[in-house]
Write a protein that binds this ligand. Structure first.
Ligand code: 5GP
Length: 113
């Protein structure tokens, strides 16, 4: 796959406001926040989109969601946050390095736009 801006963030080639990091993932504030808390949670392993994940990624995907819980707790929003994953351009994905958006700090409507 071609390198994205998120690979450069993982490799510390460009700066990001990192709020959590472990051996498998990185979480940092979105540059264009859509809520008072808007954090991106990305695997260090590059996969363009969720649809590219295979059976071997089962543990990694669970790890990312547990990381989201940790980030939410650190941000003081564990009681209410939205976790969003855009899979593919048709769903609004713009950066093709799979990531979750953790959004919190305001009320949300359903269905999402
Ligand atoms: P997508 O639309 O692919 O689901 O979400 C990509 C997100 O990455 C967007 O919310 C966008 O604001 C964010 N983003 C794009 N480039 C950068 C960057 O260089 N730094 C940070 N922190 N966020 C970025």
């Amino acid at each position: 796959m071609s390198e994205t801006i998120f690979t450069k963030i993982i490799n510390k080639e460009i700066p990001a406001d990192v709020v959590y990091e472990d051996e498998l993932c990185l979480a940092f504030r979105d540059i264009n926040p859509q809520a008072p808390v808007h954090i991106l949670i990305i695997p260090k392993k590059a996969m363009p989109q969720l649809n590219d994940a295979g059976e071997a990624d089962e543990g990694l995907l669970g790890h990312l969601m547990l990381a989201a819980n940790k980030v939410a707790a650190r941000e003081g929003v564990a009681d209410g946050f939205r976790l969003v994953l855009n899979n593919g351009a048709a769903a609004g994905q713009e950066v093709f390095h799979m990531h979750f958006h953790l959004l919190a700090g305001r009320s949300f409507t359903w269905p999402p736009g």
